[in-house]
Unconditional design. Sequence first.
Length: 168
Amino acid sequence: MAPSSRSRKPPADRSLVADRLHSAAIHILRRLRREDPAMGLSGPRASALSVIVFGGPITLGDLAAVEQVRPPTMTHLVRALEHMGLVTRVPDPHDHRVVRIAATHRAHAVLAEGRARRVGALTQALDGLGERDVATLSRAAYLLEWLARSTTSHPGQAVPPSRRSFPG
């Protein structure tokens, strides 16, 4: 049975809310990763490729830092992605001594297909919910997007959603 927006009283304690959000995000991501083998990429390769595709050309050192691995590990991952035709090395337009890793058109297509499979799986799960619950999740997604932006930028920089109206 799908949860109802009235089935539980939400915890008022922010640390409890944060703990539940953390746990739910991990479980949802694990469930959606079941769709990833169809891309033909390991988890670390898919993650690195995603950074390159959505962030644009990046140096190997910066990519290693973002992915929280050592540069030799990233060198190995990038070589594999190059061999698969998913990335190329390009000179930095401002400093020709610097080499950046750039995504190919094929990389964009592979990730778009992977995202479509993940979104499809999540859509199927949402099909088990009523309209009110889907509307609640839509509002929650808006808040989560704001939280994602606010945790990666300087705190207080973004306007909190409570001071703006929800879309739709």
